[in-house]
Ligand binder design. Structure first.
Ligand code: IVH
Length: 667
């Protein structure tokens, strides 16, 4: 007989460990150190080892190492796990709304709950009297695989429900997935260990959950969100919104981006918001799910044998596509960097046609072993240049050869070198026409001097015909010079000259500095520098130490700026440009009270666009990030703020109204 005292201790340890698990994995708010946690865990293990009768199925020690099964038993879902109908565009989403209204016989707008559609695999968990007793995959929707032991290893899944009112029976449904960052790490580890990397986070999650040895699953960074229920006994919620709250109260992770939408219009707005957020989210989503909120209305609308009529998955356009590499070219950048570029058979990806994809550098080409003739998967993400993700090896034609960087610059034939410790190859000729073109093109670009009409084609011809070799030559261009080019007529030549003249005295000094194209000096760095050193002469004379005193300016930037101006040719050109363009001082230079402060913007502001607000904050020395964390100093909430506001309140981060924000930055 086990001593009652030990029994009580084990029970207390189980509860404590479960609570700390929840604090750590679900709420991201641990109360004890890892070492303290380990001590609790080890004590429980010791007790259970000495007295096996103390082991309970919901003990946290059972998350790992449960007896491996030879194969998975099948589980019949009591309520089938239906799939979702798809909407591929806005019209189809609107048609879904119309159908719901027709079934309800109403013209009034329907309240929906919209959620991100998670790209993982769905599972069902059964809790009896608050204890996890069975976990299964969706399978074909009718029968799934029994993977209880594996699901027990997922840290954010409660083994025991939290909260006061525990239902006698509860079946919850949700998604198991792997965060993008964890996926990258996992794949790097696998590659190091000589294992095949997973193709994407979804496959990695599925592969990890369907392991015969739960200890393997336990070592994988699986995560979860829950969004639905099967059977519930004992007072179920009456709407999706209530349900999500209810599940969160029981200890499940519920996606914080959920939104209540009055009618289809706001749901479509949410879709656009989600598309914007997609890149920055820590996990993969492939669309949005729209669900009728009220459960009684769902009854009326009903389901087909395959999917409910009260919900729809409005998918994002795919971000990846398959195409063929016709050849691999090399692009020379303004610093002489050689970038291999795959020239592709044009293909539609995420709504745009892609015909080029970057291969970054020689190491990347070698790692992925991309060859001319290969069939590849290309990916675009937001505004980022498309890239080749993977080669489909089975489709490789026989005669292909591995790609190597040319030894001579493809533009000027100068010798190509690879600087030690750098991934990049560089052309050694600073007068290389490609570099010259790129430098002038950069100087005129949107983020720099913003000279409209000075695109690559014009720059190319100007350089090739010897009319321009450095940016300051733009000042002496005449109408005749332009009319000499293939592209210009009277009007367009005048317009370009006007644009150049217009850039004088109307651009700020940071744009000019950025336009010089000093390595490492981006728009933000340029702004920080010119905010502190009001005149070009001050910057040129500044020591590295003085630059390092600016919050946000690191040693790489400081040393690049120093060595750039130490080169007499660079200095002379910079001074010429300063005299020609007479840039304005950077308004509102860095403020001590805002330097390094982290801002998050949510909702719409009346006085600024997102980009403008960001620029203002950065000019003052602050930083803008995409998501709220404990490190955030201010959340600026405009009209219709999103979930970031909730998160800020949860974490106790200071929230500013637009008025308060204006007061702060205009102080
Ligand atoms: S609700 C009856 N909500 O989508 C439908 N599903 O095509 C109940 N999914 O198998 C599902 N995120 O794996 C719902 N927020 C979400 C979801 C979601 C992803 C998946 C789920 C399901 C599939 C249906």
């Amino acid at each position: 007989m086990v001593d009652e005292k030990l029994k009580a201790e084990a029970a207390r340890l189980r509860d404590d460990i479960e609570r700390h698990n929840r604090l750590y994995y679900v709420l991201d708010a641990p109360e004890i150190s890892d070492a303290e946690y380990d001590a609790l865990f080890r004590r429980l293990q010791e007790l259970e080892e000495s007295y096996p009768e103390l082991v309970t199925p919901d003990s946290p020690t059972q998350r790992v190492g449960a007896a491996p099964s030879d194969q998975f038993a099948s589980v019949r879902h009591v309520y089938p796990m239906l799939s979702l109908g798809n909407a591929m565009d806005e019209d189809e989403a609107v048609a879904f709304d119309a159908r719901v209204k027709r079934f309800l016989g109403t013209g009034e707008s329907i309240t929906y709950v919209a959620e991100p559609k998670l790209d993982g695999l769905s599972v069902e968990l059964i809790y009896e009297d608050g204890v996890l007793v069975l976990g299964s995959t969706r399978g074909d929707g009718i029968t799934g695989e029994e993977v209880t032991a594996n699901l027990r290893t997922v840290r954010s899944i409660p083994l025991k429900l939290a909260g006061g009112l525990i239902p006698p029976l509860l079946e919850v449904r949700g998604e198991i997935f792997i965060n993008k960052a964890d996926f990258d790490l996992l794949n790097r580890q696998r590659e190091k260990g000589g294992e095949e990397p997973f193709a994407n986070p979804r496959n990695a999650a599925a592969g990890s959950l369907r392991q015969l040895d739960p200890a393997v699953t336990a070592a994988r960074p699986l995560n979860s969100f829950f969004y639905a229920v099967g059977r519930v006994e004992g007072g179920a919620p009456r709407s999706q919104w209530e349900l999500l709250d209810y599940m969160a109260g029981l200890g499940f992770k519920v996606n914080p981006l959920k939104r209540i939408c009055e009618g289809i219009g706001p749901a479509l707005d949410y879709y656009r918001d989600l598309l914007q957020m997609r890149e920055g989210l820590p996990y993969e989503i492939d669309g949005m799910v729209i669900k009728v909120d009220r459960f009684d209305l769902r009854e009326t609308v009903g389901s087909t044998s395959r999917s409910p009529r009260w919900a729809v998955a409005y998918k994002f356009p795919p971000q990846q596509a398959r195409t063929v590499v016709e050849m691999i070219g090399v692009q020379v950048g303004r610093t002489g960097k050689l970038t291999p570029v795959a020239h592709l058979t044009p293909v539609r990806v995420g709504g745009v046609t892609v015909s080029r994809a970057t291969l970054h550098n020689q190491d990347e080409v070698t790692r992925k072993d991309v060859r001319a003739g290969d069939t590849v998967i290309v990916q675009r993400a937001g505004d980022v240049i498309p890239e080749v993700v993977q080669v489909i090896r089975e489709k490789r034609p026989k005669s292909t050869v591995p790609w190597v960087m040319p030894e001579q610059c493809p533009v000027c034939s100068a010798h190509v070198v690879r600087v030690e410790g750098e991934a990049a190859h560089r052309c050694t000729n600073i007068a290389c026409p490609a570099q010259v073109k790129e430098r002038i093109f950069h100087f005129a670009s949107r983020g720099a001097m913003d000279i409209e009409g000075l695109g690559m084609r014009t720059v190319s011809q100007l350089v090739e015909r010897g009319k321009v070799a450095v940016p300051s030559d733009l000042d002496s261009l005449t109408k005749e010079d332009l009319l000499d080019l293939d592209l210009y007529a009277d009007k367009s030549a005048e317009n370009l000259l006007k644009a150049i003249a217009g850039a004088k005295r109307s651009r700020t000094a940071d744009r000019l500095l950025f336009g010089l194209g000093i390595p490492m000096v981006g728009r933000v760095g340029a702004k920080l520098l010119m905010g502190r050193f009001q005149t070009p002469a001050d910057l040129v004379n500044a020591s590295e130490e003085e630059m390092l005193r600016i919050h946000g300016v690191g040693p790489e930037i400081a040393s690049q700026v120093r060595s750039f101006f130490q080169e007499s040719g660079n200095l002379a050109e910079a001074e010429k440009l300063w005299n020609i363009f007479q840039p304005l001082p950077v308004s509102g230079s860095e403020r001590d009270d805002l330097a390094g402060k982290i801002f998050v913007l949510t909702g719409t502001l009346d006085n600024y666009s997102r980009d403008e607000a960001k620029e203002r904050i950065e000019a003052l020395g602050g930083k803008v990030t995409g998501s709220v964390s404990r490190k955030t100093d201010y959340v600026v909430a405009g009209a219709d703020p999103g979930s970031k506001l909730e998160k800020a309140r949860e974490l106790g981060v200071k929230v500013l109204t637009e008025k308060e924000f204006l007061k702060l930055i205009e102080k």
